[in-house]
Design a protein around this ligand. Structure first.
Ligand code: GLN
Length: 533
């Protein structure tokens, strides 16, 4: 196609408007037209990456195949586009500054005073263009975290100003804002949008397209008004009203010609409107599903919908492909006891024991693992969830009452989960876990194999502890099989109890690789087991 085109997605008025979903939807529509597209997220915070951030601060930490601990929006990009992102798709202010400071220490700047403009902005611009230059993408979409008006965002917006100036038609800015409905006045208000666009303009950035997020349909007058006040064409003002599923957003954007407006503004041929057949088929199945499958999520962040984002999306995709609606029941692991477990889990169709770190809520995860094992209820343990399944089995089947993970009890004599050898000497917390995709060989005589239909798989990891191989023979003798093994390190990656309906734990995180058009086989088979009576 020639030169890479750059689309920037900024946000105004409020955070959490869904810039990630909008970036993914634009990416999806351009990809459907045959373009090679990638999406990246630039976060204005100082952390090097979100790996050390508490889920209360930042929701789930997503992991890329190359082992980067990333913002959860990268999960949306992968689920919508079916692409794989990498470390280069997620930049933070911390990384920008670190790179500039490293260059300064090396003497690369030849005695110059290092300043936000041009040194920080040059580094931002270099990173904006990195993927485009290296892999020749047709489109690189860059989502800017935060909201216009934040102090932290200024260097990013200045970089967009410069890039728009340098690249002309090859750069475009989509600004996502919020149109509140004032119930007392029964009116939708555009003033916050006008202010947010003025703020952008005062920084020298004229948005080319404005997307108005709203809870209610906007009439043509509202869009006309925004166009008039904000210097954009009427056709370049689109609305994004709350929908029952985020996966409908690309279709709503296509209906309003958002992709066509982008192509026109960037001087590209419009061509035929893509059918998006499989995508529509997925949505049709989702909407027409009647029966409900109820899954309990046992974890400690139950009041946070973003903390287990990828698990929720993977479950919902798998439910759709099994023609069921998904109902999630959050079970706070801290409050789960042998006394109330029947009431909390007795009626659900399946249980997911969630990943996590540290002691808090761990006993409840053992309670859940024991209850579902004894009641033959489909159970999926992910990372810490898998480790809890193994510990519970060691305690109650092998008879080691003090069995534990070294993470929870450094001195346990029955360390069925132990610290990995290469983790012992590590003191820095950031980016030092076993991270990213590793190979795993699956035993052909297993439920796991029935799900994957493949012996060789690759899955993404994020942990410091592992199943202790010294106990492997004893576990297997008593009915818990180690059915997935890393061929290089011999680490146990998957355990299951073959005698039960579906009781599988994975040391890796399958939820990171389930997409709308390629749902993950383990989630599909878990939901299938949960609905089979
Ligand atoms: N805390 C466990 C470990 O480090 C599990 C991590 C996880 O669930 N992602 O091994």
């Amino acid at each position: 196609m020639g030169e890479t085109k750059y689309i920037f997605v900024t946000g105004g008025v409020a955070s959490s408007l869904g810039k990630g979903i909008m970036s993914s939807s634009i990416g999806k529509l351009l990809q459907a037209r045959g373009y090679k597209v990638t999406i990246q997220k630039f976060d204005p915070y100082i952390n090097i990456d979100p790996g050390t951030l508490n889920p209360y601060e930042h929701g789930e930490c997503y992991v890329t195949v190359d082992g980067h601990e990333a913002d959860l929006d990268l999960g949306h990009y992968e689920r919508f586009l079916g692409i794989q992102t990498t470390k280069a798709n997620n930049i933070t202010t911390g990384r920008i500054y670190k790179s500039v400071i490293d260059k300064e220490r090396r003497g690369d700047y030849l005695g110059k005073t290092i300043q936000v403009i041009p040194h920080i902005t040059d580094e931002i611009k270099r990173n904006v263009k990195l993927l485009g230059n290296k892999y020749k993408f047709d489109f690189v979409i860059t989502e800017i975290g935060g909201t216009v008006g934040d102090i932290e965002s200024l260097p990013y917006l200045e970089s967009i100003r410069q890039l728009k100036w340098e690249l002309g038609r090859d750069a475009l800015c989509v600004h996502l804002t919020y149109v509140p409905f004032l119930a007392a006045a029964k009116e939708l208000k555009t003033k916050p949008t006008q202010h947010s666009v003025k703020e952008l303009q005062s920084l020298g950035v004229q948005p080319d397209i404005i997307v108005l997020r709203a809870e209610h349909e906007l009439n043509a007058n509202i869009r006309k008004k925004v166009a008039l006040f904000c210097n954009v064409e009427e056709s370049a003002v689109v609305q994004s009203v709350d929908l029952s599923t985020i996966y409908e957003v690309p279709l709503k954007m296509q209906e309003q010609g958002l992709d066509e407006t982008i192509l026109r503004k960037m001087g590209l041929p419009i061509g035929e409107k893509p059918e998006l057949g499989p995508w529509k088929e997925f949505l049709k199945r989702r909407v027409s599903a009647k029966e409900v499958v109820t899954i309990a999520l046992v974890g400690k962040y139950v009041e946070l919908q973003d903390a287990y984002k990828s698990i929720l999306e993977s479950l919902s995709q798998a439910a759709t492909y099994n023609d069921h609606k998904l109902k999630i029941e959050y079970v706070q692991s801290e409050a789960l006891t042998n006394e109330n477990v029947e009431e909390k889990l007795g009626h659900v169709d399946g249980v997911v024991i969630c990943p996590g770190f540290g002691q808090r809520g761990i006993e409840g995860k053992f309670v859940a693992a024991k209850y579902t094992r004894e009641h033959n209820k489909p159970t999926f343990g992910i990372c810490l969830g898998m480790q809890c399944m193994a510990i519970e089995f060691a305690r109650n089947v092998l008879g080691y009452a003090d069995a534990n993970s070294r993470e929870m009890d450094e001195k346990t004599p029955h360390n069925v989960i132990d610290i990995m050898e290469e983790q012992k000497s590590i003191t820095n917390m950031g980016g030092t876990m076993r991270l990213g995709a590793y190979e795993c060989i699956i035993n052909k005589n297993s439920k796991t194999f029935e799900a994957y239909h493949s012996e060789h798989i690759q899955e993404r990891h994020r942990h410091r502890y592992e199943f202790n191989n010294e106990y492997k023979a004893e576990f297997e003798k008593h009915g818990m099989a180690c059915v997935g093994i890393n061929p290089e390190s011999d680490l146990v990656e998957i355990i299951e109890i073959p005698a039960l309906k579906w009781y599988i734990g994975t040391q890796f995180h399958p939820e990171y690789s389930s997409t709308v058009l390629h749902p993950h086989p383990l989630f599909l088979s878990f939901i299938k087991a949960a609905i089979s009576k």
